[in-house]
Every structure is written in C-alpha cells, then in structure tokens.
Design a protein around this ligand. Structure first.
Ligand code: HEC
Length: 113
C-alpha cells in the first residue's frame, strides 16, 4: 500500500460507519463476499464517503450496456478512476483475488442498490 497515513485513518472511520450502516441495507448481500472483500471499508450503500455510494454507482450504470462486464473486470483487475482521482485499490490490497463468479455476484448486487 502506498497510501498516506491519513488515508488509513479515514479507512478506519469508514469501517466503523460501514458497520453501522450495513444493518440498514435493503438487499441481501451475496454470501458474505462483501465482508470478505471489505467493500464497506470505503463504500456505503447510500452516502458517498471515501468512494461513490453503491446507489450512485447503480444509478450511473443501470442503463449502460455492458457496464456489468466492465465493472466485473475492474473489480478483479483494476482500472482507471471513473469518479475522481482515486482509483479503487487492487484486490490484493482489499480481501484478496476475486473469482469471475464472485465479481459477477458482487456487481449484480451493487447494480440493484
Ligand atoms: C479501499 C477502498 C475501497 C474498497 C475496499 C472498495 N472500493 Fe470500490 N471504489 C473505491 C473508489 C475510491 C472508487 C472510485 C474509483 C473510480 O473513480 O472509478 C470505487 C469504485 C467502485 C465501483 C465503480 C467503478 C467504476 O468504474 O465506476 C464499483 C462497482 C465498486 N467500487 C465496487 C466495489 C466492491 C464490490 C467492493 C468490494 C469487493 C469495493 N468496491 C471495495 C474504493 C474502494
């Protein structure tokens, strides 16, 4: 990780907030994958924080053809930032590698938020 110290502090705060908001989620999470890959360290369902909220992401991509395939690839292999300067960290810096099946389940879940 090459993140500066302040990012680590922010991530800790995000983690606490995410724990509090996770209970309010309307949709069931896919098989603990969200926990396993620490998605909620940076994302929340409805409030932009360190990262765009999953509702913003769903709004942006819901009607975009092939968005799902693009997002799945980005989750697994990384890619350039679409929302700001900060790209999403690679899987190795989150919970570990994500299989194509798991990436598909996660993206489908994000897109129904
Ligand atoms: C360490 C922080 C962090 C973690 C952990 C994280 N994300 Fe992100 N995510 C971001 C940031 C920052 C962005 C905005 C990147 C950009 O501008 O494209 C983002 C963007 C996204 C996008 C939109 C990508 C695009 O191209 O528009 C999706 C979908 C997404 N995240 C899903 C997930 C899922 C699912 C997980 C758990 C597997 C996860 N994120 C874990 C920080 C994180």
């Amino acid at each position: 990780m090459n993140a500066p110290g302040s990012t680590f502090r922010n991530v800790s705060v995000a983690c606490l907030l995410a724990t509090a908001s996770a209970a309010a989620f309307g949709q069931a999470e896919p098989d603990g994958l969200v926990d396993q890959h620490h998605c909620m360290f940076c994302h929340t369902n409805d409030a932009p924080f360190l990262a765009p909220s999953f509702q913003q992401i769903a709004d942006r991509y819901r009607n975009v053809p092939n968005a799902s395939a693009m997002l799945e690839e980005k989750l697994r292999l990384g890619g350039k930032a679409h929302w700001g300067d900060m790209a999403m960290p690679l899987p190795a810096d989150r919970g570990g590698p994500i299989s194509p099946q798991d990436a598909h389940a996660l993206v489908q879940w994000v897109l129904i938020q």
